[in-house]
Design a protein around this ligand. Structure first.
Ligand code: FES
Length: 167
């Protein structure tokens, strides 16, 4: 069955007629041609498809587009422009927070959301164990970024980039 879905993507209103089984990831890539968001595993394990919904991060491969009626979605294309990078994008460039780059859009969307989670005092497993408020430590960031895999192993540079923006 088909359904019409209205959502805002990177500040632009969109109305899409979609098969109700279409994931948000496929709606973004195949219907809106926003191919910055990547499909890695398509089953919620790699984080390559991470986008922001109302500022919170989700794996877009696990979410049906029809569930996002009225939502405001931000993809990597909406965070910055080539001539005006988002501070997190600029920090990834500065710290070489990538090698092949496939996981990078998801890493950056996730990193932006992580700093917001820390700012809002949302606990992680690390801070819950310590009984403290969230800290901008490497251990904390590694835990919070653990849903975003990088097969090139660029993790330490990715953490350096996030620390720079958050610190
Ligand atoms: Fe969505 Fe891997 S493509 S988590």
């Amino acid at each position: 069955p088909k359904a019409t879905v209205s959502l805002t993507v990177n500040g632009k209103s969109q109305s899409l007629e979609l098969d109700t089984r279409t994931t948000l990831l496929d709606a973004l890539r195949e219907h809106l041609h926003l191919t910055g968001t990547k499909k890695g595993c398509d089953q919620g394990q790699c984080g390559a498809c991470t986008v922001l919904v109302g500022g919170r991060r989700i794996n877009s491969c696990l979410s049906l587009a029809v569930m996002h009626e009225g939502d405001s979605i931000t993809t990597i294309e909406g965070l910055g422009q080539p001539d005006k990078l988002h501070p997190m994008q600029a920090a990834f460039v500065k710290h070489d927070g990538y090698q092949c780059g496939y996981c990078t859009p998801g890493q950056i969307c996730s990193a932006v959301a992580v700093l917001d989670e820390i700012k809002r005092g949302i606990p992680s497993h690390v801070t819950a164990d310590l009984g403290t408020r969230p800290l901008l430590s490497a251990a904390e960031l590694r835990e919070r970024m653990s849903g975003n895999l990088c097969r090139c192993g660029g993790y330490s540079n990715i953490i350096d980039a996030i620390v720079e923006v958050g610190g």
